[in-house]
Write a protein that binds this ligand. Sequence first.
Ligand code: NAD
Length: 637
Amino acid sequence: MADIHIRKEGRAGRITLTRPQALNALSYDMCIALERAIDQWRSDSDVDLVLIDAEGPKAFCAGGDIAEMYRTGTEGNYEFGRKFWRDEYRMNAKLAEYPKPVVSFLQGFTMGGGVGVGCHGGYRIVGDTSQIAMPECGIGLIPDVGGTYLLSRAPGRLGEYIGLTASRMGPGDAIYAGFADFYAPEALWDDIKATLIETGDANTIRNQTQLPPDSPLAAAQTDIDALFAGESLGDIRNMLNTSDGEVATKALKALNRNSPLSMALTTEMLHRLRGPSLTIRKALELEYRVSHRVMEHGDFLEGIRAAIIDKDKTPKWQFADGDVPAIAVSKMLMPLGKEALDFREDGMKIGFIGLGNMGAPMAANLAKEGHEVVGFDVAGATAEGVSNAASAAAAAEGSDVVITMLPNGAILRSVANDVIPAMKPGAVLLDCSTVDVQSARDVAAQAAEAGLGALDAPVSGGIGGAAGGTLTFMVGGSDAAFATAKPLFDIMGQKAVHCGESGNGQAAKICNNMILGVTMIGTCEAFALADKLGLSREAMFDVVSTSSGYSWSMNAYCPSPGVGPTSPADNDYNPGFAAELMLKDLRLSQQAAEAADADTPMGQAATALYTEFVENEDGQGRDFSAMLPRFEKRGRN
Ligand code: NAD
């Protein structure tokens, strides 16, 4: 593509904006090309870091390419702009959350959309010509592309100052305000890039950069904090009107130029976002509420007309007297419901092998969210919205992610032998079955050798969780593969915990389930003892569930019918979680304990009891909490 040059150089994935004649303004196609590149490099073991720079001395990127948005918006078609913003914001979030270092070189103007590309990585380099700004209030928008994230984290009330006045930051100010990290004279940039490309080590930057120049904003911080502390735009304006001094005078002049609605919104947004729970996604989601509405109800089209189309620089803003009613602000910031920014992509291609009790609803949930899912099951099982392939290899071919949900490690190994050679380079093999740690590690190594990412991600939550999309995933594998699979975990589950390297997901799962097996047996035998001591089940539950004997087995899954929350005990011990599956997990835990030379006497005892229960005592097919009726019937010997 002419406007952006994407390639691998040495250890770097390199992106150069090559549109200097338009100050490297970011078009929709550039946005998508950039996103595709970082998606591919996420699990590419040849790429250690991403290097983003731009051609020409005048600008890294002076903003988003808004001409097409204006054309379509003035025709009453708001969908083009909304899609541009949605896709751009998703790319911004990916850059901010990228698992590998992102290094950017920000000469000249970096504004608006350019900030979204250049200012979310962890290694942002500025030089003497750098001028960074969020000028959106001047065109009737709000600081977007994650701008409110950066502004709300700037020291004191600097965020309000920079956002409302749209003032430009030189290198010292950009570092002080948190829009950049390192300063180096631009004459040194080629050397810095060459080192990055050769070593793939972003920390080399630290030896090649220098102390930044002074920050005029730092010197003005006390004044800025006093002038911009107001609750609303009205308060800030009052403060500026009644203050003397250079900072106040300059700021007031800027405020008189910009869209009152945009400035009132920006003030409110920064107040809402500032705080410990702030994330880039939260900021982008809030920004999108405004962008979604801004062509229809905001000042955006008028702002573009005055600044870029007619160039008369006399926009007719709404609320031109500067008095923006709170209701106008609230309306623009109302949640968007179904239209909300959800960071999901148009769809991945997913192969899904094993469409049993768990796999079928998981695959159906992915298909429902717009992913193209191709399934395969030896028993011919199918799932809603999922097309069927003739073999596991056929389902894997061309897929971005291949998910397996199979009975055990031996079957996983055999399926892996079929699918790994069929998968495209850089794709991720995601095993959600519960298998032994060694099988998980061996399959991951086999996948890595074939240039694939691999994750072991066993689940808890059972069939109900699979159907409802509320599973918990315990995940082992690389950061890069985890990041690729994260949007899928978000659909199939409510939580995904990254537990470390390959096999650690399975390790977490079997440790958890060993505790579960042990506590369920303890809870059941205590109920049986309480019966014999004449204690009622209700009294037992009331005491234990609020005392030191409490556990998930007692409090959430009480094995006694009619007591505590509804559980399989209330349904004649139909599973739920079948005793034979608990036995499978306990055996895996003991196999791992044996291999690791870990002493697990309680796990051993639980395994022996469940073996007896499943193999000799009619436990097969019953819920694992049916241990209680087993204990009820027995005496001491
Ligand atoms: P299941 O037996 O219902 O499903 C397994 C599916 O794999 C079956 O449909 C089977 O035909 C298919 N299969 C077997 N060999 C195959 C092959 N070579 N190629 C393609 N398909 C093949 O089991 P499930 O309950 O869905 O459990 C799947 C995994 O999830 C297991 O590892 C289990 O331990 C784990 N798990 C289950 C639960 C639960 O409550 N069911 C809870 C947590 C974890």
